[in-house]
Design a protein around this ligand. Structure first.
Ligand code: AMP
Length: 420
């Protein structure tokens, strides 16, 4: 029988490279924790209707990419394709917005699922860290989120990325623009599917990557020429706050993004070393989403950063994160009595907070020392019958090779001293 493989479009995170994924998640989360965002965790699946209404019936995510299924009990569910709709659903359900303390600031980290055509940087199961600030309309909040994402990427050492910024207008000015754009698009030479898209989601046509389409889009009406005064002022304030914070961005009047719920501020972080799947993260304001899923008016803003693509961006820039070795001390027992005594010391060291591992399986000295070196440990703790008879163990510095005999009951102190 052949062995199983991970499903198409998925991959496993395995040591040692998995440590980089954890560090990336942590680097994205740290600035959020430091800025008043509380951790939220929602189920991996939701009622399919939440995404249909929240993400949008006209988006690829809902029409083509969603893992939707019916349970044995007849519930229509879908694996979550993104985090915003679930987070807002959970906040509304728990009445977080009624605590008199807006905005509700939340962050999350987890797995998301989209039935996409897999390629490098695009998977069917991927990982995001996201942040949402719910219930307040304030350009400083939009700016805060962009500044925090920028901070995360910089803290990882990334520099070859750009921030694209746009405003999608609001419920006053966007419909006027939408109609003007539809008029323009209906006059172009387009295939059947794209013609359909003009009627349901015309802004997405601007996003079409095909050259034959892009050529025809020259001269298309631009949203920025249709923004109402309120949207213009709001956007100008976001831009000023970013500039004052020293965060460079590019105005991208064509930035639309693939989810229906965005209003006003939208942004994307693109990395220039990633080829076609260059968006490492993105987000924006979604003032209408709460009402779309049955809640009160709650203007909100958020983003999601892709962990997988951020790791690829690190590789593209040749950055190796400076991660502490997982193991500091590796214990090597020689003989049965030593196994018993050293195993006790290992437990003691671990309780004292020292990352410690043990040569299991009765390995010989040579093999055990190989494992010790492979573990990345700084120190080895070696003991045979004769050491134990004298109440000693050998503490070996694996870098210098220097070895000192240490009294058994002084092991924890001596190890601490050697590691300091
Ligand atoms: P989105 O929810 O589409 O705005 O995506 C936000 C971020 O999640 C993107 O910028 C990517 O970094 C990441 N992402 C989205 N879809 C995928 C996917 N299929 N595979 C890997 N990463 C993804």
């Amino acid at each position: 029988m052949s062995t199983f493989q991970a499903p198409k479009g998925t991959y496993d995170l395995i040591p040692p490279s998995s440590a980089t994924y954890l560090a990336v998640r942590e680097a994205i989360a740290a600035p959020l924790r430091n800025s008043g965002y509380g951790y939220i965790e929602t189920p991996g699946f939701e009622n399919v209707e939440l995404f249909a209404r929240g993400v949008g019936e006209s988006t690829d995510i809902v029409t083509k990419e969603m893992y939707a299924f019916e349970t044995k009990g007849g519930d229509r569910l879908a694996l979550r394709p993104e985090g915003t709709a679930s987070t807002l659903r959970a906040a509304l359900e728990a009445n977080l917005h009624k605590g008199g303390n807006l905005p509700v600031k939340l962050w999350y980290s987890g797995s998301y699922y989209r039935y996409e055509r897999p390629q490098k940087g695009r998977y069917r199961h991927f990982s995001q860290v996201g942040a949402e600030a719910i219930g307040v309309e304030d350009p400083a909040l939009d700016a805060e989120l962009i500044i925090l994402a920028n901070h995360s990427y910089r803290s990882l050492g990334l520099s070859d990325f750009r921030i694209l910024l746009n405003s999608l207008g609001d419920k006053e000015c966007r419909p006027v623009y939408r109609a003007a754009l539809q008029d323009f698009l209906r006059g172009l030479e387009l295939d059947e599917e794209t013609r359909r898209r003009i009627e349901i989601n015309p802004l997405r046509v601007l996003d079409d990557k095909r050259e034959s389409v892009q050529e025809q889009l020259i001269g298309a009406p631009m949203l920025r020429d249709y923004l109402c005064e309120a949207c213009k002022t709001y956007h100008e304030q976001v831009r000023e706050l970013l500039t004052a914070a020293g965060v460079a961005f590019e105005d991208d009047p064509k930035l639309v993004r693939g989810l229906d719920y965005y209003t006003r501020t939208t942004f994307e972080f693109v990395h220039d070393g990633l080829g076609s799947q260059s968006a490492v993260g993105g987000g924006g304001r979604y003032d209408g989403l709460s009402e779309m899923i049955g809640g009160p008016a709650l203007p909100s803003v958020g983003w999601a950063l892709g962990v997988d693509r951020t790791v690829l961006a690190l590789e593209a820039e040749g950055i190796t994160l400076d991660l502490p070795a997982a193991t500091s001390v590796y214990a090597v027992p020689l003989g049965e009595e030593a196994r018993r005594v050293l195993f006790g010391k290992v437990t003691e060291l671990r309780l004292a907070g020292v990352a410690t591992d043990f040569a299991y399986g009765g390995k010989g000295l040579k093999n055990a020392m190989k494992s010790a070196n492979r573990s990345g440990a700084r120190l080895a703790l070696v003991a045979g019958e004769r050491d134990l008879a004298e109440g000693l163990v050998q503490l070996k510095d694996l870098q210098s090779g220097e070895q000192t005999a240490v009294a058994l009951d002084a092991v924890v102190d001596e190890v601490r001293r050697a590691l300091a």
